[in-house]
Design a protein around this ligand. Structure first.
Ligand code: B3K
Ligand code: ZN
Length: 864
């Protein structure tokens, strides 16, 4: 495997004017004929003709109707071609049935389906498989299966065949084909431009009752993109297909989105509120790609964040508009910290726009997606909404139909705008900036000094200062805002601002004051700073705020995100100290926690989030950042102790709160109802600590929706009711594969540390375990890796079990294997005994004969 560099980019030697494909589908011997019109690219000095192609048998090749000799290479072919436009025709044979990698054309439960991003099209036919080669595709599918789909609009069909034409030029990675015995949930939509669009969600017959929610989400996304970004849909039909075997969530193929069934199918009985919310977000995300990704695509894969970061930001905006914005932001930040900060702190740290890669599939990372989205969010924060949308409109106008770069995108905002000086560093520099805040008082004047530092990483030793928008507020002793939120731009390594808090409308001004010789105010009525409101910047903040300040923010901050953040900081400080055995929780904190659980001023969804404790991994990261070596078992024990203490402290109000927030109307997966169920779920967890599971067992037996049933089941794990409830759940749902995934996941995810790898091992021997199905594999081994204290038990049994299964899976599905190796990325965070055990398992994986290049690259990078 070879490293590819951004700096080596050259334009394609040939343009493709049109592509005609014919598929004669057969499970083991599908014939694909291609007819492709090539034209030399005048901008290229290179005349070499090279087509990518892998895992296929070439039957014949012609140029302008004449048979041609080609030279096959391990991953493609070359041929002599005329120095003028010409027609290439080829016939190849491929074997969908043996394609367990799930890239290219494959079979899933008798359905033919494709996945081409990033480089799967080259497993279908010979082609210049790069995103800057865009063309118009016409596709004919021949098969006896009743439903035959491809991109674009249907143009013609007959007995055993159908033809599709996509008028919008696209790169090959957006090609898709589906053929199966499917039924459609259909609807229609009229765009703001007056176009009538047929909408379909294709599923197997048993799943037809699980499509309604996805369809509503699709229509809501179409309306939202018209209203907010002025973008309307551009074909006469939009199809979504659900497939059981899929490497990720979904894929935005033009006019034919293909979804992992877990990311589209939902009914109240079989899906949880969290599933519904995720489905809504993924449907929106894939739909939004139609403009950010498909109409305007990436010049090369180094620009992946151009479509992914922007589209994630758009789906986050959609969720914030559709649901509760503060709750949405808290969920985004939890995900960012849990996946992206973790990635950026370890050996896999990379820039949002990297400048080299080996296997592009390994770069569909939290950094490209989630940090990419944070950069767009900061762009909006710095420019303001009006200029942000102006820039986006300019981008759509200027680059429609093109394959472009981050520089092209950035230029649409006026890259010489002084407000954006240095901003592009966010795309090029890896690592999470640490920002330390000091406050100093002089009379009624507060000086805030901010200092930033991004720790060096293996690939980038020297880090520059980044422009960081610090959104700050100031609240008085009664919790009232003294100022509206102000965005202070931290452009240098260190900067100071001063504010006089006694004036009628206090405002910040730049100062050069050094805070060092001044005093912190110890007056309890001094105003309190609310920092990084709304998490406007993706940074790690060190503010050393007093417990009093944090309690005040937690109770009163008008920025709901920051109120949650204050509670989280208190929890981290408390749990960190408990895990180190140096302190017990303060009464003030326990009281404040109980108060916030009961607080009628905040929405139930918020209270559910605020009452949850930071994850074991979060606490470990926090301890590490303070220079301590985290002990996962001690952290687990601290969380248990504190939860028990909370349950006892809140004892008197638990039953009342539980009854008060029960949903009595019929099930709706909306923000309001799901917020109540989330709060009741938290309370049920506390009640279980006191009643041994009696209440939860009742809820499990009587639940009429999956959210309530699964929450109760989760509570019961570890109680005397566990075995019976798990058995009943399995019997009830054995026929619903997505529910059985939950059954696998929850037993392992909720297992006590000492049991987790035993339970996981036992379940890999269960008749319903299937190594070839990525959802089931993730529900089992992914759940083990996510059970932090269980995966990292001192003996190393979790590491060994995961390594065994990754070795097995690599021969079947390299992409999913490579992705899951990131369970080992934290090896340097733990004590040396654990770290060494993790390294030993990684080396064992690496020494496997014929290990895929995907997994080899990941393990090599993680080992460092
Ligand atoms: N673009 C796809 C991801 C493709 C991953 C290829 N390994 C889904 C998405 O981001 O919307
Ligand atoms: Zn995407």
């Amino acid at each position: 495997p070879q490293t590819i560099y951004l700096a080596d980019y050259t334009v394609p030697a040939y343009h493709v004017d049109s592509v005609h494909l014919t598929f004669q589908l057969h499970p083991t011997a599908t014939r694909v004929t291609s007819k492709i019109a090539f034209r030399p690219n005048p901008e290229s000095a290179d005349r070499a003709f090279y087509l990518h192609g892998e895992h296929m048998k070439l039957i014949s090749a012609r140029i302008d109707g004449q048979p041609v000799d080609v030279s096959l290479t391990p991953d493609g072919l070359t041929a002599d071609v005329p120095d003028a436009p010409f027609i290439w025709e080829a016939e190849v044979e491929i074997d969908p049935q043996s394609n367990t990698a799930l890239e290219g054309l494959y079979l899933s439960n008798g359905m033919f389906c494709t996945q081409c991003e990033a480089e799967g099209f080259r497993r279908i036919t010979y082609y210049p498989d790069r995103p800057d080669v865009m063309s118009v595709f016409t596709v004919r599918i021949m098969s006896d299966l009743p439903v035959l789909l491809s991109n674009g609009n249907p143009t013609d069909s007959g007995d055993g065949w159908a033809e599709w034409h996509d008028p919008w030029p696209k790169p090959a990675y957006l090609f898709a084909l589906v053929a199966g015995d499917l039924v459609a949930h259909s609807d229609s939509f009229t765009t703001s431009e007056g176009r009538d669009v047929a909408l379909n969600i294709y599923v197997r017959a048993d799943d037809i009752d699980k499509c309604a929610f996805g369809m509503e989400a699709l229509k809501a996304s179409m309306v939202w993109d018209e209203r907010v970004y002025g973008r309307a849909y551009d074909l006469d039909i939009f199809n979504i297909v659900a497939v059981d075997d899929f490497n990720m969530g979904a894929m935005e193929n033009k006019g034919l989105n293909i979804f992992n069934s877990s990311a589209v199918l939902a009914s109240p009985e079989t899906a949880t509120d969290a599933n519904f919310e995720r489905i809504e977000a993924i449907i929106a995300h894939e739909y939004f790609h139609n403009w950010t990704g498909n109409r305007i695509t990436c010049r090369d894969w180094f620009q992946l964040c151009l479509k992914e970061g922007l589209t994630v930001f758009r789906d986050q905006q959609f969720t914030a508009d559709t649901r509760d914005p503060a709750v949405a932001r808290i969920n985004d930040v939890n995900a960012l910290r849990g996946r992206q900060f973790r990635e950026d702190a370890g050996p896999l740290s990379h820039a949002v726009r990297p400048d080299s890669f080996v296997e592009i599939n390994n770069f569909y990372t939290a950094t490209i997606y989630e940090k990419g989205a944070e950069i767009i969010r900061m762009l909006m924060t710095i420019l303001g909404e009006e200029d942000y949308y102006k820039g986006l409109t300019e981008y759509f106008d200027r680059h429609d139909g093109q394959a472009v770069t981050i520089e092209d995108f950035f230029a649409c905002f006026g890259d010489d705008d002084p407000r954006l000086a240095g901003f592009s560093r966010w795309w090029h520099q890896s690592g999470t900036p640490h920002v330390t805040i000091e406050q100093a008082w002089q009379g009624s004047e507060l000086t805030l000094t901010a200092r930033q530092e991004t720790p060096p990483s293996a690939q980038q030793q020297h880090k520059e200062a980044l422009p960081i928008p610090l959104a700050v507020g100031l609240i008085d002793a009664d919790g009232r805002d003294l100022t509206p939120t102000s965005v202070l731009m931290l452009n240098d390594t260190t900067q100071s601002w001063t504010i006089d808090t006694r004036t009628t409308t206090p405002a910040w001004r730049d100062t050069n004051a050094s805070a060092s010789d001044q005093q912190n105010s110890d007056a309890s009525d001094a105003p309190t700073l609310s920092l990084n409101r709304g998490f406007a910047a993706p940074i790690i903040l060190h503010a050393d705020q007093s417990e009093n300040d944090l309690l005040r923010l937690m109770a009163h901050d008008s920025d709901t995100f920051s109120a949650w953040e204050a509670g989280r900081t208190l929890a981290l400080n408390t749990l960190g100290d408990m895990a180190r055995g140096i302190k017990t929780p303060s009464d003030a904190y326990v009281d404040a926690w109980c108060l916030s659980l009961r607080s009628e001023d905040r929405a139930p969804a918020f209270r559910a989030l605020a009452s949850a404790l930071p994850s074991t991994m979060d606490i470990a990261t926090h301890l590490k950042s303070q220079g301590h070596t985290p002990d996962p078992q001690a952290i687990y024990d601290a969380r248990e102790t504190l939860s028990q203490q909370f349950a006892e402290a809140a004892q008197d109000s638990l039953q009342r709160l539980f009854a008060q927030h029960q949903v009595t109307q019929s099930y709706r997966p909306d923000a309001e109802q799901s917020g109540k169920r989330a709060l009741c779920g938290r309370i049920l967890g506390l009640i279980t600590r006191l009643d041994g599971g009696a209440e939860a067992a009742k809820q499990h037996a009587n639940a009429d929706n999956m959210t309530s049933q699964l929450t109760a089941l989760g509570c019961l794990i570890g109680t005397e009711h566990a075995t019976k409830s798990l058995e009943a759940f399995y019997q009830q749902w054995a026929h619903e594969r997505l529910v059985i995934d939950k059954w696998f996941g929850i037993q392992i995810g909720q297992a006590a540390p000492a049991d987790a790898s035993k339970v996981a091992k036992f379940l890999t021997e269960h008749e319903a375990f299937n190594v070839k199905n990525p959802n089931r594999f993730r529900a089992t081994l992914g759940a083990l890796a996510a059970n932090t204290a269980g995966f990292h038990t001192a003996g190393g049994s979790g590491y060994a079990l995961l390594a065994d299964w990754l070795i097995t899976l690599d021969g079947i599905n390299p992409q999913t294997t490579a992705r899951m190796t990131s369970a080992f990325e934290t090896w340097a965070m733990w004590d040396s005994a654990r770290g060494e055990k993790m390294r030993v398992e990684m080396k064992r994986i690496l020494s496997t004969p014929n290990l895929s290049s995907d997994t080899t690259e990941m393990i090599t990078r993680i080992l460092g």
